[in-house]
Design a protein. Structure first.
Length: 471
């Protein structure tokens, strides 16, 4: 069997093994904002296919020559075989994230997502201005949709970074210490039924996002707008201490449901939706968007809208607390949690053009225009429609869907490495090299690209393995 690391000198052997023994318990990552100035040493994480992990700093990467890594406890830099590395988590690096003039999210036909400023719409391509890769020329045939973005609302929380500020559910034994959830490497882990809660002072419009992974049966309850930091036994809620009304979002392997919970009234449901996850996956990205004035709750799984619930009576949530409850004895992990103010805008990913051969414009007031996108200038789109040219301010646009044309070669999903951005999105890219703070490679959909590492949080070099990512 070939060694994971190649060493040029026998003298490096002792330093390598000392570093190789530093596994998962030594890794820690802190939440960050793209383009922020690096604070202290770079803190990257290296994940191997066999489950080993190292902290340190990515120096260079070459698919043929290997990955050069610097560990703080190793005397010399070490080189890992590329075939042995599954992914690299990137720590904070310096960068300059300029404010985009016309911020948009470009979704490609392979579901890659790119944030930037809309520069121009030409006959055969879209020009996207980015701080992280400069000007990108993306063929129209490679684009599924363009969604204008509002300036990023106020971020209330990003983490977790520890258990401080969180409250765990009271155990049944009097005077016992709360237990169940533990903090580990930017995640909350539970191996039994357990609750963890925090008062985020949830605003009237809120966007909540998190990653959840599990082993065994999946059953998670998310309490929204609760006024109690402790879980409520729904079967015996009448005997519980006084609590205000809240919504309990129930997610399991097969379905999702929202329960309306109040001490004074019987529990009711806003409706269920089918969600077949059993035996198909053990992780997902969850987005919850609540609009209290409109009395709606939206659930998106992996970016796709699953269901929107509408409260037919008075909004039941009386508090500002968010609570997570693992409702089984199975292993569960919560990570990458963000809580932010929301502008009320949905991504509208489910809208389809009536005529897939035409471009399609969905306006904020739900009006639609079909035709041909001709140009973009001075903040306005020009659309050639059956009624003639129309000038539409980008601020009035909810979504642009481009005409479906022949799929470019290389558009199908495969095992090409993916680079994931700090803020949102990813890009599939055949990596040629990583050096001097840049990833150099080629997208199968828009060609050569150079990406600043300061914009990235993860390089997924190979498909995940059970050993490298057990759940």
């Amino acid at each position: 069997m070939k060694p994971i690391f190649n060493r040029s000198k026998p003298g490096a052997r002792r330093g390598f093994f000392a570093a190789a023994l530093l596994v998962v318990a030594t890794l820690t990552w802190l939440p960050r904002v793209a383009g922020a100035a690096a604070a202290g040493p770079v803190n990257d994480g290296l994940y191997f296919a066999n489950g080993d992990r190292l902290r340190g700093e990515l120096i260079t990467y070459d698919p043929e020559k290997g990955l050069v890594w610097r560990h703080p406890d190793a005397a010399k830099e070490m080189t890992a075989r590329t075939a042995s590395v599954v992914k690299v988590r990137l720590g904070e690096r310096a960068g300059t994230a300029a404010k985009p003039a016309f911020p948009v999210l470009v979704r490609l036909i392979n579901q890659d997502e790119l944030e930037g400023s809309l520069g121009a719409i030409l006959d055969d391509k879209i020009i996207l201005q980015t701080w992280w890769a400069g000007e990108l020329n993306i063929p129209r045939s490679s684009i599924e949709s363009i969604v204008p973005q509002s300036p990023r609302p106020g971020l209330l929380f990003e983490g977790p970074t520890g258990l401080e500020g969180w409250t765990q559910g009271k155990p049944p034994i009097p005077d016992a210490e709360p237990s169940g959830w533990v903090y580990h490497q930017g995640s909350f882990l539970a191996t039994q039924s357990a609750s963890v809660a925090r008062d985020f002072k949830l605003p009237n419009l809120v966007d909540i996002q998190f990653d959840v992974a599990w082993k065994g049966f999946f059953n998670l309850a998310v309490a929204l707008y609760a006024d109690s930091l402790f879980p409520i036994n729904l079967a015996q809620k009448e005997n519980a201490p006084d609590f205000g009304g809240f919504y309990s979002l129930q997610l399991n392997n097969n379905s999702v449901n929202i329960l309306v919970v109040s001490k004074q009234r019987p529990i009711s449901s806003l409706g269920a939706a089918f969600m077949p996850l059993a035996n198909t996956k053990n992780s997902m990205h969850v987005t919850i968007r609540v609009n209290k004035p409109d009395q709606t709750i939206n659930l998106l799984i992996d970016g796709a809208l699953v269901k929107q619930w509408k409260e037919p009576t008075e909004f039941a949530g009386t508090g500002t607390i968010l609570r997570f409850v693992n409702q089984t004895a199975s292993i569960m992990k919560l990570s990458n949690l963000t809580v932010a103010e929301w502008d009320g805008r949905m991504d509208a990913t489910t809208n389809k053009a009536p005529d897939p051969k035409s471009d399609f414009v969905l306006l904020m007031n739900n009006d639609t225009v079909a035709g041909r996108l001709q140009k973009f200038a001075d903040g306005k789109l020009t659309v050639e429609s059956p009624l003639g040219p129309l000038a539409i301010p980008l601020l009035r646009v909810a979504q642009l869907r481009l005409a479906e044309t022949a799929r470019p070669a290389g558009a199908a999903a495969g095992h090409t490495p993916q680079a994931h951005f700090v803020t949102r999105g990813r890009v599939t890219v055949a990596i040629e090299r990583v050096e001097q703070g840049q990833l150099v490679g080629k997208s199968p959909l828009f060609g050569p690209v150079k990406i600043a590492l300061g914009a990235l949080k993860l390089l997924q070099l190979q498909a995940p393995t059970e050993a490298a990512e057990p759940f």
